[in-house]
Design a protein around this ligand. Sequence first.
Ligand code: NAD
Ligand code: WQD
Length: 336
Amino acid sequence: MKILVTGGAGYIGSHTCVQLLEHGMDVVVIDNLANSSEESLKRVQEISGRPLEFHKIDLLERAWLEALFRDHQFDAVIHFAGLKAVGESVQIPLSYYRNNISGTINLCETMANHNVKTIVFSSSATVYGEPEQVPITEEFPTAAYNPYGRTKLFIEEILKDLYNSDNAWNIVLLRYFNPVGAHKSGKIGEDPKGLPNNLMPFISQVAVGKLKELSVFGNDYSTPDGTGVRDYIHVVDLAIGHVKSLDKLLGKTGVHTYNLGTGRGYSVLEMIKAFEKVSGQRINFNIVDRRPGDIAECFADSTKALKELDWKTERDIDEMCADTWRWQSQNPDGYQ
Ligand code: NAD
Ligand code: WQD
């Protein structure tokens, strides 16, 4: 089976490539390297002991996509490529809409031209906006409060319209909760450019001495310790979710939507404690104001993925922290 992975050099994409290769699939990656480096793919091949094919292609370059699809007969596409920084999306919304939405339209048009109609799309728990209750099931109403979130929501809607227009499509919408952790080998992991936006890479950069202290965004939420609660999911469990989606759903036309989370929330303070325990490092932190746009609590009901994909998470919070720490301490400057 031959899979095209867009954005495969990135954080979740690289971990998914390892799983696909280890499952005996042939993998072709395209990435414009806007937020990644080709080194991640070299290491993916080292870990899996199998080769993959890489092309530095931007999804906005339609002609290159057409050429790629002429050269390869793909069975499915896993579509990770996109810009993902919420704050940046508020500053440069048009870049986000062009890159994420136009990129996806180019991809789907090219797929249709070449009769490739299976796509697994990286959606996000952000499409639930501020949920009225937790845990969150796939039926919850959707909303988006920033341009990044709107790109995810719009793309979900575009893909549903595509299916409605042509029932031969097989569309899988995977709504990720908060991906963290790294591959056990310590060779691949999350390598944010500049100051990390997300909690886990921030904590690990404080632990390794690159950053002085973590700002905890608010301790007055209505959560057990007042800090924000999220459903952190190990990136390897998430990657396996993609392989299971292909295993179970290939050939089954329709639009299939799944939450990928653990079903358990951890607060910011719990995350700090867990990381200190496994790393033996002290994480200095300071409580500051809430970050605008943040919600109090968010965690998944992933029962549907268990029932239909036979998927559940297997890596706990200690493993998420230990694997992040191995990656960060062995690669203090990421892939540089
Ligand atoms: P990432 O930035 O590490 O990976 C995305 C990759 O896409 C990068 O390698 C980037 O260079 C590439 N890319 C971006 N625009 C492109 C374009 N026009 N053409 C070709 N390549 C392009 O991010 P990630 O954390 O691995 O996320 C992967 C996907 O999952 C994204 O769509 C993201 O929105 C989604 N997602 C991420 C999270 C998270 O917290 N990491 C949560 C939910 C959903
Ligand atoms: C987690 C918790 C913060 C940083 C974001 C996107 C979402 C999805 C995942 C892609 C919150 C707190 C964080 C810091 C802190 N991405 N925090 N200090 O906000 O749940 O989700 O990434 O789809 O769309 O919005 O993740 O890791 O930024 O924050 O106190 O320096 O950590 O307030 O409670 P979030 P996060």
